[in-house]
Design a protein. Structure first.
Length: 368
């Protein structure tokens, strides 16, 4: 199996393309830039994202979707969804986003000893190939995270799986069966404070500190007592790509963005017990046949915490063998007993983007 990871870096400019202007998105309260904002065309196609400066970057190959007037919907784990009609792609433009109210209560069931953190929540996974929706899944799941040593594991509870058979067929013909991306968000073995030790942290402006790798800015930490903490990081250095190769299949990764949101604003002591949501996005291209060249390929995973609790290690070991460790494991068929997707607004979780939602059950068929 080929994952989206490598230590090989190449200077190779591709992937995102800036529009004709700096179309920038900022927080309406703090005026700070909003990175990792998904930009959707009105038909549901993912056509771009915002970079660390909140500037819109169109995905390569989306020129046909950039005709004016351009209606876009923007979505982010920390902000309310919004729709804009862009009548001009020239000149500086700034759009304000309203922070999303955090209504997920800290439901913590006390148990002693607190050896395993249990996070129950809603997950969402989207895969696109050649700018077409190939795979979509969402549902309820539980993460089990050892407080000490040990890799997080999970189990799926209720979930839906959708596939576009035409895109799957096109993908299989061009790429074969060797490549797979994550189907759920990855929770790292190390908590955030330990991971941040690999970066230099510099104060930049009020509420925000820069994260640097070898002197190059790769992300930032935003903290406000009333909002908690949010970490944004791109695991691919600016103006480089990661390259992976297995047999004849080659993957080039332009962006590998992670956003984590916590209820605590104490950077030094924050843990997965404080996690509210996480967003992970991979943007790149893959090639198997030389004559076809590189084909755009994206994967997006989100997880929103609904309940938190603790269990003992002894209790955990009674069912640990039933849990899943690999984030690449794909559920083959849908399995649900409740229509959980109808209650997302209740928890202030972004709804499925309208254009994408219209394809569910149509071009994206439910796998039963």
């Amino acid at each position: 199996m080929l994952g989206w990871r490598s230590k090989i870096f190449l200077i190779f400019l591709f992937g995102f393309k800036v529009g004709f202007a700096q179309i920038r998105f900022v927080d309406d309260e703090t005026q700070l830039s909003v990175p990792a904002l998904n930009i959707y065309h009105e038909k549901g196609t993912l056509i771009g994202f915002t970079d660390k400066d909140g500037v819109l970057r169109f995905l390569a190959g989306t020129e046909k979707y950039q005709t004016l007037p351009l209606s876009i919907t923007v979505q982010h784990i920390s902000y309310e969804d919004a729709t804009y009609n862009l009548k001009d792609l020239h000149g500086e433009q700034v759009y304000m986003l309203n922070p999303r109210t955090n209504s997920i209560e800290d439901i913590i069931i006390q148990a002693k000893p607190k050896e395993i953190i249990v996070l129950k929540g809603y997950f969402r996974s989207l895969e696109t190939f050649d700018l077409q929706h190939k795979y979509f899944a969402d549902g309820l799941m539980e993460f089990y995270i050892p407080v000490g040593k040990g890799k997080p594991k999970y189990r799926l509870l209720d979930y839906r799986v959708f596939r576009d058979s035409n895109v799957v067929q096109d993908y299989d013909a061009k790429m074969g069966p060797f490549f797979q991306i994550a189907r759920v968000a990855e929770l790292h073995v190390d908590a955030l404070p330990k991971r941040l030790m690999s970066y230099q942290v510099e104060d930049q402006e009020r509420y925000r500190s820069r994260l640097l790798k070898d002197g190059i800015e790769v992300g930032h930490i935003t903290t406000r007592k009333e909002d908690g903490l949010q970490m944004y990081i791109d695991l691919v250095l600016p103006d480089t790509v990661k390259k992976e190769k297995i047999f004849r299949l080659e993957a080039l990764i332009k962006n590998e963005v992670h956003v984590e949101r916590y209820s605590s604003s104490n950077v030094a002591a924050v843990s997965y017990a404080d996690l509210q949501s996480t967003y992970q996005n991979l943007v790149g291209s893959i090639k198997r046949k030389k004559e076809l060249g590189h084909v755009p390929y994206e994967g997006l995973n989100e997880f929103y915490v609904l309940e938190r609790s603790f269990i003992s290690l002894e209790e955990y070991k009674t069912f640990e063998k039933e849990l899943i460790r690999s984030i690449y494991k794909t559920p083959e068929k849908s399995r649900y007993s409740q229509k959980y997707w109808e209650n997302l607004d209740e928890f202030h979780i972004p709804s499925v983007q309208s254009g994408l939602a219209e394809k569910l059950g149509k071009t994206l068929k439910l796998v039963e």
